[in-house]
Design a protein around this ligand. Structure first.
Ligand SMILES: Nc1ncnc2c1ncn2[C@@H]1O[C@H](COP(=O)(O)OP(=O)(O)OP(=O)(O)O)[C@@H](O)[C@H]1O
Ligand SMILES: [Mg+2]
Length: 265
């Protein structure tokens, strides 16, 4: 193949979104005089499962907020599937397949599990919003049911969200993030507040997500993060100071000193 032809194929592949899923270059985010992120550079491949660990206030949620567009970086660039989205509003990033879950629950408590997920599927589909009652025959209802099964909530599909356990509510949030064919998901401490059994369930849910969906999981629970993530980035004081395989991170003296030793509350 000629060089030109090779370049054309390369350009086509990039246009088709086969570059990195996420690429941050020199991202800094200031809050007044405080640097919540300093010169963060991070690359995540499509389908990759990345853990982000670090002490309280390390900048992990701020990193997510910059990726989603909830906050703009003070400097630096963010590319999503090869496209520079640095200044895109959140909905434009959602349109490109980005989803997130929050550290604190944000659900419609007065609706059933199935209605919550149905509305999420409907919200990201092309159809216009309608107040008519959902019908079980809908293709969207079928998708919602599949998502509920994927997060192990099949038995409580008709239950009101307000009546779910805290752990079940966190599982529901994952179903909402899965609505509408996501390509990349940001999970912010999904294991926080879960019982040991719920944690095992969460690990099973996250490890059995479709392989083409990449994700970053922020997690204080080292056990959960190291079982779910293929690669790990360690943050401290707004910087990524180390990246490696879970086994490398677990045995790293600097990580043990900074993260496992103190600092982490
Ligand atoms: N909206 C904001 N306004 C001002 N300061 C903020 C804001 N959001 C975060 N910060 C500050 O930025 C720093 C990083 O916060 P961030 O929430 O990103 O940390 P984190 O790693 O997610 O911590 P945690 O593990 O406690 O969730 C902290 O010092 C925090 O107080
Ligand atoms: Mg946080």
């Amino acid at each position: 193949m000629s060089l030109t032809a090779e370049r054309n194929v390369g350009e086509m592949l990039t246009a088709a979104g086969t570059g990195n899923a996420l690429e941050l270059r020199g991202v800094t985010r200031m809050f007044g005089a405080l640097a919540a992120l300093t010169d963060v550079t991070l690359t995540v491949k499509p389908g990759e499962r990345r853990g982000v660990l670090g002490s309280n206030g390390a900048g992990k949620t701020t990193l997510f907020n910059c990726v989603t567009g909830d906050f703009l970086p003070t400097s630096g660039t963010i590319r999503l599937f090869g496209e520079d989205v640095t200044s895109f509003p959140p909905h434009e990033r959602i349109r490109r397949g980005l989803r997130r879950t929050y550290q604190i629950s944000l659900l419609f408590g007065g609706l059933s599990v199935i209605d919550n997920v149905y509305l999420a599927c409907r919200g990201v589909s092309r159809g216009r919003f309608s107040m008519r009652r959902p019908r079980r025959s809908d293709a969207l209802m079928q998708s919602a049911t599949e998502l509920i099964d994927a997060v192990h909530l099949g038995d409580v599909a008709e239950t009101l969200v307000a009546e779910l356990s805290y752990g079940q509510q966190r599982q529901l949030e994952i179903a909402l993030a899965l609505a509408g064919a996501p390509r990349f998901i940001l999970f912010d401490e999904p294991a926080a507040g879960l019982s040991p059994t719920e944690r095992s369930d969460l690990v099973a849910i996250l490890t059995s997500l479709p392989r083409h969906i990449g994700y970053i999981i922020i997690e204080h629970d080292m056990d959960v993060a190291l079982r779910v993530a293929e690669t790990v980035s360690m943050m401290h004081n707004g910087r990524i100071f180390k990246e490696g395989l879970p086994s490398e991170i677990e045995n790293d003296p600097e990580v043990q000193e900074l993260y496992l030793g103190g600092g982490h509350g």
